[in-house]
Design a protein around this ligand. Structure first.
Ligand SMILES: Cc1cc2nc3c(=O)[nH]c(=O)nc-3n(C[C@H](O)[C@H](O)[C@H](O)COP(=O)(O)OP(=O)(O)OC[C@H]3O[C@@H](n4cnc5c(N)ncnc54)[C@H](O)[C@@H]3O)c2cc1C
Length: 635
């Protein structure tokens, strides 16, 4: 792999494949396609390459790079009507090798090279959380396949997720201690992404069985805890020497040039801007759009693919009319709650303001947990709960009826199918409606300030199946102007009420062992009444006050999906089940945009699965084309 100048990049003979966006999905596709030495692969990435940057390499620094234009597109949504008109900050990685994943070799040791950045811990829970959503053997069809995408079922995802990862098991002694057993057959053993998984006991103690949760590595209150988990992603590093893989960073793609007079159009070149200059690079076989859930629809619209009424506003001629482009935006969202805990408990609060640890002091910490263990971890535990674990039965029935009667899903057959799935999941103990994320300290949230010398426990409650659907559309024909992002958070009152019950549930958690013994009192919100012993705050029974807390506190989990959905065309699909854009001969999408609906899990591992699968599809299609040409020659 080489990093050329733009001039060198465009002087290469036309690439066989060009991948737009060197992020989570894009790099998998580029790495897999370039396994064939006979093809050339170019990657165009708008962001830079920052191999030595602590802000994006140190897990404990998570959050400090957000909003920094060197690493983050830093989107701001349009003011959200149902959040008291707040615009919501929405970070998106702008980096070659994109997002916050640690780099190490396949044995899990730190290699000294860092190729991907961010959130090592948070990615781990994907494995079993994903099992809750797509992995229930009882419901093999309740997946993307149900919505009309043949072959996109659990078994297929499992195959490709396993291909992407290597499980580094915890030792038996620890597993026995926490009564945890790894489901080895759910994890890969030779892929480039290293993962690790542990569970903790908190939820079991209040009667929630293990099958309902997936937790790992809680170190709150456990000084001298186990080594934190390290997640490693080495998608490109092993392939760095490939001469047929060329990456151009600092190159923002502005348009895909499509040729032809009618469908199917052929993508023939990519236009991009680098250093203020405009370039065009031809492509021989295919273009793979992997610019993420906000910018993939933007690039489709700029290239004349989308809803005609949107394109007309900016005088962009519509080549392929696909009203689904930029619609169906779904995003997990959470509300933070904070509790003060006893000062003797080990939390991240003491290091809140420290920024000066160098990587040299950091790395021993990764290897030796007894040194600087704080910096090797971010969130401490994750759990996934079905709705009946935190919502009274009468309320579950009311919310389900409200969903059944809602008109928001009537506009397309595809949305009606989504509503049917969502309705069924209200009654299904195997499907999580809520994710609980705990953070050992005061998790930074807008408008909320911690007191000095105080220790906290933050519990984020996240809706895993929001009903609300939003949009992302261009707001200018100028590709350098960001698209308008409108997730329409809480536009469904069902979403609001689910979070109201979830926020209340956090008080229940802190009133049971082991949290009860650790907790001093509620901080955000301050609960009043009962035995809380304070007078100013929110009364537990006051629905409207808790709703207002939710409206003022809601934040995204940063999992936008669905804006170029894989669905039948008549259901407002944008790509078919081979991820090819309808109406085109050689343009595919491989990223979070193609999810037809969101899953009850963090989504990155699923994105790896999608990228692995489409790489095989592209290779198989190329082989088939080659065979056809050879057969024709023979005749
Ligand atoms: C703060 C934060 C924390 C997260 N934590 C987790 C987590 O713990 N676990 C998890 O599973 N998921 C997490 N996610 C979500 C996860 O990172 C994303 O869903 C995933 O990276 C999306 O992958 P993608 O391939 O769709 O897009 P991306 O990885 O975003 O890749 C898109 C790439 O395209 C580039 N690009 C965009 N437009 C252009 C253009 N016009 N020209 C050239 N390049 C372009 C971007 O710079 C980017 O590199 C988190 C996200 C954020 C923002």
């Amino acid at each position: 792999m080489s990093f050329p100048t733009p001039e060198e990049f465009i002087k290469k003979n036309a690439f066989d494949y060009i991948v737009v966006g060197g992020g989570t999905a894009g790099l998998v596709v580029a790495a897999r396609l370039s396994e064939d030495v006979n093809v050339t692969v170019g990657v165009l990435e708008a962001g830079g390459y920052h191999p030595e940057e602590p802000l994006i390499n140190v897990p404990g620094y998570f959050g400090r790079a957000l909003g920094n234009p060197a690493f983050d597109w830093a989107f701001l949504t349009v003011p959200q009507k149902h959040l008291n008109d707040r615009p919501i900050f929405h970070p998106r990685g702008k980096l070659f090798a994109a997002f916050f994943t640690y780099a190490c070799d396949l044995t899990g040791k730190v290699s000294g090279e860092r190729w991907k950045l961010v959130l090592p811990i948070a990615q781990l829970e994907i494995l079993n959380a994903f099992a809750i959503r797509l992995g229930c053997p009882e419901h093999p069809k309740k997946t993307f396949e149900t919505l009309g995408n043949e072959g996109w079922n659990w078994l297929s995802f499992l195959k490709y997720i396993k291909k992407s990862q290597t499980l580094i098991p915890s030792d038996n002694e620890f597993n026995e201690k926490i009564n945890s057993k790894l489901a080895d057959d759910m994890h890969g053993t030779y892929g480039p992404v290293s993962v690790n998984l542990i569970r903790t006991l908190l939820f079991q103690r209040i009667g929630i069985r293990a099958r309902n949760w997936v937790l790992f590595n809680s170190f709150l209150g456990r000084p001298g805890h186990r080594p934190p988990q390290l997640l490693c992603s080495c998608i490109l590093r092993p392939n760095a020497s490939r001469p047929n893989l060329v990456v151009l960073t600092g190159a923002q793609v502005t348009k895909i040039a499509l040729e032809g007079d009618a469908e199917p159009y052929t993508a023939t070149a990519i236009e991009f801007v680098s250093g203020g200059k405009v370039y065009s690079v031809p492509v021989k076989r295919e273009v793979i759009l992997s610019a993420g859930a906000f910018q993939t629809p933007q690039l489709l619209e700029l290239s004349g693919i989308g809803d005609k009424s949107v394109l007309d506003q900016f005088s962009i001629p519509t080549k392929v009319e696909l009203p689904g482009v930029g619609s169906n935006l779904q995003d997990h969202n959470y509300v933070p709650t904070v509790y003060e805990v006893k000062p003797e408990l080990a939390t991240l609060d003491p290091i809140r303001s420290i920024l000066d640890l160098s990587l040299t002091t950091m790395y021993p910490a990764v290897i030796n947990p007894l040194s600087k263990e704080y910096y090797t971890s971010t969130h401490s535990a994750f759990a996934f709960l079905p709705i009946n674990k935190f919502t009274p039965p009468a309320e579950v029935a009311r919310l389900k009826a409200e969903l059944r009667d809602s008109t928001g899903f009537d506009s397309t057959p595809g949305l009606k199918k989504q509503r049917q799935l969502l309705e069924e999941w209200f009654d299904n103990e195997r499907h999580a409606q809520l994710e609980i994320i705990t953070y050992p300290g005061f998790f930074p949230s807008p408008g909320k300030t911690p007191k000095p010398n105080t220790h906290y426990h933050t519990v984020l409650v996240a809706n895993t199946h929001p009903i609300s659907r939003g949009t992302v559309h261009i707001q200018s024909a100028d590709a350098l102007v960001k698209p308008a992002v409108d997730p329409a958070y809480l536009s469904s009152t069902i979403d609001l009420d689910v979070l109201v019950h979830a926020v209340r549930f956090t008080r229940t958690l802190h009133r049971h062992s082991p949290l009860r013994e650790m907790t001093i009192g509620s901080v955000e919100p301050v609960w009043i009444g009962g035995d809380d012993g304070v007078e100013k705050g929110i009364r537990w029974e006051d629905d409207e006050a808790v709703r207002e807390y939710v409206r003022n506190g809601l934040e995204p989990v940063y999992h936008p999906v669905g804006t170029a959905a894989m669905l039948p065309r008549e259901d407002h699909g944008v790509v078919d089940s081979k991820l090819k854009v309808y109406g085109t001969a050689n343009l595919r999408v491989a990223d979070a945009s193609v999810f037809p609906f969101n899953i009850a899990a963090h989504i990155q591992e699923t994105i790896y699965g999608i990228a692995e699968k489409v790489s095989d599809i592209i290779k198989a299609d190329a082989k088939q084309q080659e065979d056809t040409i050879n057969e024709e020659k023979e005749h």
